[in-house]
Write a protein that binds this ligand. Structure first.
Ligand code: FES
Length: 115
């Protein structure tokens, strides 16, 4: 296990390289809104876990910790996007279905990912 430094909302954390961003931040008491990840263990379905990683929007549940990551979570713009995503997800959560395809946008080939 290799620990690397990341920055999350301006705070530095030592995190296990290659691990899932949502899971690792939980360990540090940072609970990223991630309904589909937490409730169905599917990734990339609800879009509520949107963050900015090195100035590009990404989904935390689909993101693996990498060296040099700077993650922004708590902004008004992201809160608005998150709220819209949660509303859409509540109305159509696709229970038990893989959301897959290119909808996630993470490009991950992880076994955990439905993308
Ligand atoms: S938790 Fe649903 S897209 Fe990330």
């Amino acid at each position: 296990m290799k620990l690397i430094e990341i920055v999350f909302d301006g705070v530095k954390y030592l995190i296990e390289e290659g691990s899932n961003l949502v899971k690792e931040m939980d360990k540090h008491g940072i609970h990223i809104a991630a309904p589909c990840y937490r409730n169905t263990k599917q990734l990339g379905c609800c879009k509520a876990c949107i963050v900015e990683i090195n100035n590009e929007k990404a989904y935390a549940c689909c993101s693996k910790i990498q060296n040099g990551m700077s993650i922004i979570y708590d902004t008004e713009e992201l809160k608005v996007e998150r709220r819209k995503a949660v509303e859409a997800y509540v109305n159509d959560p696709n229970p038990g279905e893989c959301c897959g395809g290119s909808s996630c946008g993470c490009g991950s080939e992880s076994e955990e990912s439905c993308c």
